[in-house]
Design a binder for this molecule. Structure first.
Ligand code: NAD
Ligand code: DAU
Length: 357
């Protein structure tokens, strides 16, 4: 048996592939374009492992998808591939529209063609799981209840609007064509292999480099943080037992204002890697101009996932953030290669299956 995962050289997809292959012999076809966010070094431990088949390619390439689906006959396709960074979407939305909307459309069409041709049993068992975000629901006030799956869509950034569009396409492909889809909408992830453009890894990496820790606006925007391996376990659960056509919110029940996150990272670094001059990393905090259209608060009600599938996060924020800071301290080479750009050389040294094979 095989599953096809898109975007599994990125932060969450790679964690998912590593955890999947640690717990199962079912092989993984990993289709990833290797944008700046794709890092094969994260998957270095799978080098030479025949269960991991890496293919460099675009989810928008219908011909490539058709050949991969025909060749590997996956029983499920999991779509992690996306442009994922809100700030980048504000500076340049084009790639977000191409990958998150057009790419998802082409992927759905390729998967539909493949699925339509499966024998009855394979057709019934097949799943298309779309990994999405809580940002599609828009912004909450301080007193609003957390997002349920019934919350209306109110995306505010080019990123969240493109993800919202992709969610609607997935829904429509189920409703119209009967494609057996599942959608997960998750809150902010953190953990190992997180690209240091996002809040938590950026703060760790900048703090250690003696650089400023840029906090947008008043630092009181609230996010609901989930350790990445808990997100991966939720996706496995939804894939195995989720009801076809349903949406499942995934979250950590862990709302925190950004400034508290930054202070926690500083306190952990003060403990684990104290500065030579005895000062706190907090002294590096610098309030900067706010993100345009910055959503004030996200909060996920993950009750449906818990009630229907019995899923709960294994990590508390205290345990997860400690593990995360320890991971960055223990992996300076991964960080250095990301910062220098050397991680992109891994494309040359890793096994890459091409469209022609
Ligand atoms: P990421 O940016 O770290 O990784 C994205 C991966 O997709 C990269 O490996 C990149 O090379 C690949 N990719 C981009 N465009 C592609 C294309 N056209 N074809 C094939 N591959 C392509 O993202 P992430 O943080 O791992 O997020 C994964 C998914 O989870 C995304 O769909 C994102 O919207 C969603 N999500 C992320 C978070 C979070 O906190 N990071 C939370 C909820 C949902
Ligand atoms: O909610 C889920 C989403 O979480 C995912 O869908 C996105 O892919 C993921 O990038 C993330 O989006 P955010 O915009 O919430 O994450 P980011 O790490 O960029 O920012 C978290 C918060 O921290 C946000 O309020 C902006 C703030 N911030 C961020 C950066 C990079 C700062 O204050 N300073 C910074 O330098």
């Amino acid at each position: 048996m095989t599953i096809l995962i898109t975007g599994a050289a990125g932060f969450i997809g790679a964690n998912f592939a590593l955890d999947w292959l640690a717990g199962s012999d079912e092989s993984v076809v990993n289709l990833d374009k290797l944008t700046y966010a794709g890092n094969l070094e994260t998957l270095a431990s799978l080098r030479g492992d025949a269960r991991h088949i890496f293919v460099q390619g675009d989810i928008g390439d219908g011909e490539l998808l058709a050949s991969l689906l025909a060749k590997h006959q996956p029983r499920a396709v999991l779509n992690f591939a996306a442009e994922s960074h809100v700030d980048r979407s504000i500076h340049g939305p084009e790639d977000f529209i191409q990958t998150n909307i057009v790419g998802t459309f082409r992927l759905l069409e390729s998967v539909r063609a493949y699925w339509s041709g499966l024998p009855a049993e394979g057709k019934a068992a097949f799943r298309f799981l779309h990994v999405s975000t809580d940002e599609v629901y828009g912004s909450l006030s301080a007193t609003d209840p957390a997002f349920t799956e019934q919350h209306r869509y109110e995306p505010n950034s080019p990123y969240s609007a493109s993800k919202a569009a992709s969610d609607h396409l997935v829904r429509a492909w189920h409703h119209t064509y009967g494609l057996p889809v599942l959608t997960t909408n998750c809150s902010n992830n953190y953990g190992p292999y997180h690209f240091p453009e996002k809040l938590i890894p950026l703060m760790i990496v900048n703090a250690l480099a003696g650089k400023a820790l840029p906090v947008y606006g008043d630092g009181m925007q609230v996010r609901d943080w989930l350790y990445v391996k808990d997100h991966c376990s939720a996706i496995r659960e939804v894939l195995a037992h989720g009801r076809v056509g349903e949406v499942y919110n995934v979250g950590g029940w862990n709302e925190k204002p950004n400034i508290e996150i930054v202070n926690t990272v500083c306190a952990l670094l003060d403990e684990l890697r104290p500065k030579a001059d005895g000062s706190s990393y907090r002294s590096q905090i610098s309030y900067v101009k706010d993100r345009p259209g910055h959503d004030r608060r996200y909060a996920i009600d993950a009750g449906k996932l818990e009630r229907e599938l019995g899923w709960k996060p294994a990590e508390t924020f205290d345990t997860g953030i400690r593990k995360t800071v320890q991971w960055y301290l223990a992996n300076p080479e991964w960080v250095a290669n990301v910062q220098s750009g050397a991680y992109r050389d891994w494309v040359q040294t890793q096994y890459v299956e091409t469209a022609a094979t």
